[in-house]
Design a protein around this ligand. Structure first.
Ligand code: NAP
Ligand code: NAG
Length: 246
């Protein structure tokens, strides 16, 4: 039996990761997101013996504690965490930086993970578990800074904790709500060239299906990975990840 916590499991890449993990009957998932209905649908589809859900905001410290407690009370162990929940906002120039919004961005994309891992560590050490971080290759304003912090966090975690493994992987440009938000909401604050890159990928049907990166994240979480990958930041199509992509 493998127990995996997936954050941001309500849609997009996180939903695809959760479906792939649950296609393996020996895997159990604790699915986390703010919207409850999509999580309830997972329980209906796969059964409550294999799916636990928690509707909450990962940037809240008490939610993080509840996540760990629920995983242990329902499944008894934690083998992997897929830290996928993330947001883009605020997309704006540094000269317009709004500290309240930047701090909220970091609370969700970065500090929630520092907290989740710290609280899960005793259990991850026991299981010789994995932390799989969903990073980004995009240079989208403040967002990229929060993801860069995550990549360095992976280095620190790998150097301190010898019993667990950690990897940070960028998923490519993926056909999810986040890309719709870029095209329809945030594009106006990006440079025309940066926005064009995303709208061109969409119109040329070159956005990735979420299943492509999700397969890699699910395999890294459920099967574990070689020590040579530990602490690294890689893009989804890096040759080092080829064996995890099917
Ligand atoms: N799509 C891309 O092209 C792309 C590229 C690079 C990196 N990424 C990264 O991939 C990850 C998944 O993104 P996506 O494209 O699948 O975007 P998405 O469709 O917007 O999904 C984001 C997920 O995160 C959850 N979430 C957001 N804030 C949360 C919070 N505070 N607490 C709990 N859950 C939260 C959302 O659920 P609720 O709204 O229900 O909470 C949703 O399930 C993100 O980390 C993103 O940065 C995506
Ligand atoms: C910064 O953002 C917050 C949250 O969106 C908003 O309430 C506040 O008015 C903004 N501050 C400035 C100076 O624009």
């Amino acid at each position: 039996m493998t127990v995996v916590i997936v954050t941001g499991a309500s849609r997009g890449i996180g939903k695809a990761i959760t479906d792939i993990l649950l296609n393996d009957p020996s895997t159990k998932v604790l699915a986390v997101a703010r919207n409850e209905d999509p999580l309830t649908n997972l329980k209906i589809k796969y059964g409550e013996d294999r799916v636990a859900t928690l509707a909450g905001d990962v940037s809240q410290e008490n939610t993080v504690k509840e996540i760990i407690e629920l995983a242990i009370s329902r499944f008894g162990s934690i083998d992997a965490i897929v830290a996928n929940a993330g947001v883009l906002n605020p997309v704006d120039k540094v000269e317009n930086a709004n500290l309240t919004e930047w701090k909220e961005l970091f609370n969700i994309n970065f500090f929630s993970i520092v907290s989740l891992v710290a609280n899960a560590l005793p259990h991850l050490r026991n299981s010789k578990g994995r932390v799989v971080l969903v990073s980004s290759g995009a240079s989208t304003k403040g967002y990229v800074t929060s993801k860069a912090a995550l990549n360095h966090y992976a280095i620190q975690l790998s150097s301190e904790e010898k019993d667990i493994s950690v990897i940070s992987v960028a998923p490519g440009v993926v056909d999810t709500q986040m890309q719709i938000d870029i095209r329809e909401k945030f594009g106006k604050n990006m440079t025309p060239e940066a926005l064009k890159r995303f709208t061109d990928l969409k119109s040329n049907h070159e956005l990735l299906d979420p299943i492509v990166p999700a397969t890699i994240y699910a395999n890294l979480a459920s099967k574990g990975f070689d020590k040579e990958l530990n602490g690294k930041y890689l893009r989804y199509n890096d040759p080092l990840l080829e064996s995890y992509s099917v």
